[in-house]
Design a protein. Structure first.
Length: 95
């Protein structure tokens, strides 16, 4: 299910998670939220791991401000991992 409203999508994710945790409180659960504001709501349900997309984006932006060349390094690492064995690729450079 893909909704246009990220808050609504996070609410549905929280409700589904609460239903699962109500059914079996000992299950390991991993939840992906779009907004970090909803993280305290889901942590009360004792979820194993919570990943917030906006938090990851903001941390990457902050790291790129403090470390020159961090974004090209990360891009090149991710690009080289997904590359085909025989293909030649253009790497980013810091200027």
């Amino acid at each position: 299910m893909s909704l246009q409203d990220p808050d609504q999508e996070d609410r549905f994710t929280i409700l589904r998670t609460l239903a699962i945790m109500n059914f079996n409180p000992h299950i390991r659960s991993f939840v992906h939220l779009l907004d970090v504001r909803h993280k305290p709501l889901i942590q009360r349900a004792q979820v194993t791991e919570v990943v917030c997309t906006n938090l990851i984006k903001m941390q990457l932006i902050a790291q790129s401000c403090t470390s020159l060349g961090f974004v090209p390094l990360l891009y090149n690492l991710l690009r080289s991992m997904s590359a085909s064995a025989g293909g030649q690729e253009q790497w980013l450079s810091v200027r």
